[in-house]
Design a protein around this ligand. Structure first.
Ligand code: FAD
Length: 493
């Protein structure tokens, strides 16, 4: 049997391993942490359970596909529901909106409460759909870096329609032209943050993102986000994949005579041989630590990193009927919030606050009459800021804001607390500067050209995960594994 080694048990690493095992490879995964999942993690404290990273689950079919590939029924491994309510939005002026899966309803709510119309919302989402149609086969589902990708008829059709992807103005500018009411512009500008970017700099092509949420839907695994990982690990183990936890890979080994070819990896000074190696690490660390002697793609590695996050996991003693699973409390001045993050590399005094409460659906995630609050704000990637001070200030500002909008003293209900910040995101998940999605998409170059999923220098070396093509977030990380899978069939043997 040919052998494959995957470095890192993040979601894309596990997906790549499953695909290789299905192809007939003998697969080993080396993971630095003591458990799988990477950014998709879980903590438990004092009767509360929290998903530590992703909270919004879109495109579940990409997860299902892995079980089907292995001839299994996904529902035997994990279950999820489609959310009827997508998100609750709260504004400082008292406006409250509820985004529902029923779009007519959402558009009508916007028309009834703001100066924007239902027709504006529909028109915008139609544009979002067009961008998806033009981009998904070219930018998301195939390698941008292989000639054969461009020989498909549907790719060529998409290329002829590139004018429609709105790449030459910023998302904020485009959205301002779609909506009369600035608060609705703000609502849709927020989608730039789904890949850690700035709506005031990133191309309007990012308006494709709402299509995932409003067309395909928002979902929740019945046992929380981490059950995606436990289900995939179960499948992987059944396929004979061996997980080696607490095993940090030190070097990727390749032959150096003629065209370099992969040999394996080095872990704890021991060499492991493989025909194929897939690195699920942040591409920055892959080059800096594991491929020290290989020339780096400097331009790519020097791109601006995506934003990071500051998260408070709060066990709350009390019930908040105003809140749902996903809740956004918008800042008053969105542009200055992003200027603080991107220009001043700091946190403004009035950040937009996101609260995710899985116990609204998953009762066991919190004790009786309590809720598990995942409270997150977007912050810059780590450049050595004084985080202890910034965290202290942000915590006080978040509490003040929530007290103001919810008209309640929330601080007295906080009975347990843990904090994740850019420093700990880097140390716990191996993400350079704690950025959530690799490079930002704040300019056309970075939005469209991320590192390819294969090495052009070392034969049979591949890269998957949120820091490489096609991008960050669970669905795109899973697509990176699929692109590798498509390529390997034509390379090895
Ligand atoms: P990662 O999760 O980055 O895992 C990489 C793994 O490699 C880690 O387990 C690490 O320990 C391991 N590793 C590192 N170095 C080594 C080494 N030398 N040897 C062996 N192993 C090593 N996405 C969404 O879709 N929806 C969301 O709502 C969402 N919200 C997010 C919120 C937060 C706070 C965070 C942090 C991320 C969020 N994301 C979200 C992004 C999503 O989590 C990531 O894009 C995705 O999980 C990345 O997976 P990955 O496959 O790139 O691997």
């Amino acid at each position: 049997k040919p052998k494959a080694i995957v470095i890192g048990a993040g979601i894309a690493g596990i997906a790549s391993a499953i695909r290789l095992a299905v192809k007939g490879y003998e697969v080993d995964i080396f993971e630095a942490n003591s458990k799988p999942g990477g950014k998709l993690g879980e903590i438990k404290m004092n009767g509360f359970r929290f998903d530590t990273g992703p909270s919004l689950f879109t495109m579940p079919q990409y997860v299902d596909e892995l079980f089907k590939l292995a001839g299994k029924n996904p529902e035997d491994y994990f279950e999820y529901i489609k959310l009827k309510e997508v998100c609750r939005y709260f504004y400082e002026d008292g406006l409250k909106l509820k985004a529902t899966a029923d779009l007519d309803n959402f558009a009508k709510d916007i028309e009834a409460k703001t100066s924007s119309t239902a027709a504006e919302v529909k028109h915008y989402l139609k544009k979002s759909e067009t961008i998806y149609e033009v981009t998904h086969r070219v930018f998301l589902e195939r390698s941008l870096h292989k000639l054969k990708s461009y020989l498909h008829w549907d790719t060529l059709k998409s290329i002829f329609r590139f004018g429609q992807i709105d790449a030459f103005r910023t998302q904020a500018k485009a959205n301002h032209s779609f909506f009369k009411d600035e608060r609705i512009t703000q609502l849709f500008n927020r989608y730039a943050t789904y890949n850690g970017s700035d709506p005031y700099q990133a191309p309007a092509t990012l308006n494709v993102i709402p299509h995932f949420e409003y067309h395909f839907g928002a979902f929740l695994p019945k046992n929380g986000m981490y059950s995606i990982i436990t289900a995939l690990v179960k499948l992987a183990e059944e396929l004979g994949i061996r997980f080696h936890y607490g095993q940090k890979v030190e070097e990727i080994l390749y032959t150096n005579n003629g065209k370099p070819k992969i040999q394996g990896v080095k872990v704890n000074d021991k060499n492991y041989q493989a025909d194929v190696v897939v690195s699920n690490l942040d591409i920055w660390f892959t080059y800096k630590n594991l491929l020290k002697n290989l020339p780096e793609p400097k331009k790519l590695l020097n791109q601006e990193r995506s934003s990071s996050a500051l998260i408070f996991y709060w066990g709350m003693d009390g019930n908040y009927s105003d809140l749902g699973l996903h809740n956004i409390f918008f800042s008053k001045d969105y542009q200055s919030e992003f200027n603080a993050i991107w220009k001043d590399k700091t946190i403004c005094a009035d950040p937009t606050v996101y609260i995710n409460i899985t116990s609204k659906h998953i009762r066991n995630d919190a004790p009786a009459n309590s809720e598990n609050w995942f409270v997150m704000i977007n912050v810059p990637a780590n450049n050595g800021q004084n985080w202890d001070q910034l965290i202290k200030e942000a915590r006080a500002n978040i509490i003040k804001k929530l007290n103001r909008i919810l008209n309640r003293n929330i601080e007295k209900d906080i009975v347990s607390e843990q904090i994740l910040d850019p420093r700990s995101i880097e140390s716990k998940t191996g993400s350079y500067q704690g950025s959530l999605y690799g490079n930002s998409s704040n300019n056309q170059f970075s939005a469209f050209l991320r590192h390819p999923n294969f090495s052009s220098k070392v034969k049979n070396l591949y890269f998957c995960g949120g820091s490489v093509h096609p991008g960050g977030g669970i669905p795109l990380a899973l697509l990176s594994a699929k692109i590798i899978d498509d390529d390997i069939s034509s390379v090895v043997h």
